[in-house]
Design a protein around this ligand. Structure first.
Ligand code: HEC
Ligand code: HEC
Length: 294
């Protein structure tokens, strides 16, 4: 087996970092309203007066859009989302190959403060259906801003995911170089060992999904009670409130996260860390290379 290393992290209580107090309710909406007012004013001016005035005003509006919080927040959130979430939830957050449509999610729609979204992003969902992301409060705000903008823009019925043709554009030699070099894949994998024949086992998007989010790897967890007693086993469930394991005898045990300390050892975390570092080219090149491992 080529698996040698894994990352360990310790978590106390529900959050990795304190959550910033919620932004003023719907700051985004207010900003959009402001912009809308400005725009209609510009329209009236443009009709009533000379066209050059409109051009000037449009320039000012563009400037304002770039520097006021919401515009910048949404575009930063867009960048974060495209890099970390779009693979599963779709580029427009309307659902992808493996993740649900977030614009229709009751949780996302009803989360006026952004705290529930923050919890899902920081904790992930169990069984590696969704990995946990260690984002700052500001990054979470940006993501929430982006999701709100997507909800506002969402039209029903338009599902888009990753295009299979995206997978055929890579360069094999560059992918191999990345695998052995910058990507650090060869620290844990070997093309003639555990990854031999990987392209026969999985094809296309399925292979890309395996690469980005391996699902087989089981996380283990050690829970320490206030008394000092410890329990270890396979991580069976984890969200912001509950941590649960299945012990060696197959018994299920669970605890409230704020009453115990626990340590999760998750070999897949290395993959999630890598994911924020890949460029699209890296992924395409890696895919081209992995597709030669038959
Ligand atoms: C590996 C695929 C994957 C990635 C990457 C991913 N998610 Fe998810 N996400 C899921 C799945 C699957 C679910 C549904 C899990 C469930 O049903 O328990 C989900 C659920 C959610 C939910 C809760 C929706 C609900 O109604 O319960 C939110 C919010 C969310 N994801 C946001 C994000 C954000 C933001 C990112 C990027 C930082 C992200 N996800 C990255 C797969 C993913
Ligand atoms: C720190 C160790 C580590 C690093 C670095 C790492 N991986 Fe992994 N990888 C794993 C573990 C653990 C698994 C889960 C093994 C399993 O699913 O059986 C895995 C699974 C995979 C799988 C799915 C294998 C299967 O049979 O389903 C692929 C493909 C893969 N990794 C590719 C890569 C690539 C490409 C890189 C570099 C960009 C990389 N890995 C970097 C540890 C690592």
């Amino acid at each position: 087996m080529g698996i040698k290393a894994c990352r360990i992290y310790v978590q106390f209580g529900p959050y990795a970092a304190p959550i910033r107090p919620p932004r003023g309710k719907n700051e985004l909406e207010i900003d959009i309203l402001k912009q809308a007012k400005q725009t209609s004013l510009i329209a009236i001016l443009a009709v009533a007066m000379a066209p050059y005035l409109a051009a000037q005003a449009a320039g000012q509006a563009a400037q304002a859009g770039g520097s006021n919080g919401a515009g910048g927040q949404v575009s930063a959130g867009n960048a974060l989302f495209q890099q970390n979430c779009a693979f599963c939830h779709g580029r427009d957050a309307m659902g992808g190959e493996t993740g649900p449509d977030l614009t229709q999610s009751r949780l996302v729609r009803s989360d006026s403060t952004g705290q529930q979204i923050a919890a899902v992003v920081r904790e992930g969902r169990p069984d590696n259906k969704m990995p946990a992301f260690n984002f700052s409060a500001q990054q979470i705000d940006e993501l929430v801003g982006f999701l709100r903008a997507r909800i506002a823009a969402a039209q029903p019925g338009g599902r888009r995911g990753v295009e299979p043709s995206d997978l055929q554009t890579g360069n094999v030699a560059a992918g191999m170089e990345y695998f052995n070099g910058a990507g650090g894949c060869s620290k844990c994998h070997s093309p003639s060992g555990d990854l031999a024949g990987i392209a026969t086992r999985y094809q296309g998007l399925q292979l890309e999904e395996r690469m980005l989010y391996p699902k087989n790897a089981k996380s283990t967890v050690t829970v320490t009670l206030p008394s000092g007693e410890t329990f270890s086993g396979t991580l069976a469930y984890r969200d912001e409130f509950t941590v649960a394991l299945r012990d060696g005898d197959g018994r299920y045990r669970s605890w409230p996260t704020d009453e115990v300390k626990y340590k999760v050892d998750s070999p897949v975390d290395a993959h999630v860390d890598l994911f924020s570092k890949y460029t699209d080219d890296d992924i395409h090149n890696l895919m081209a290379y992995l597709q030669t491992l038959r």
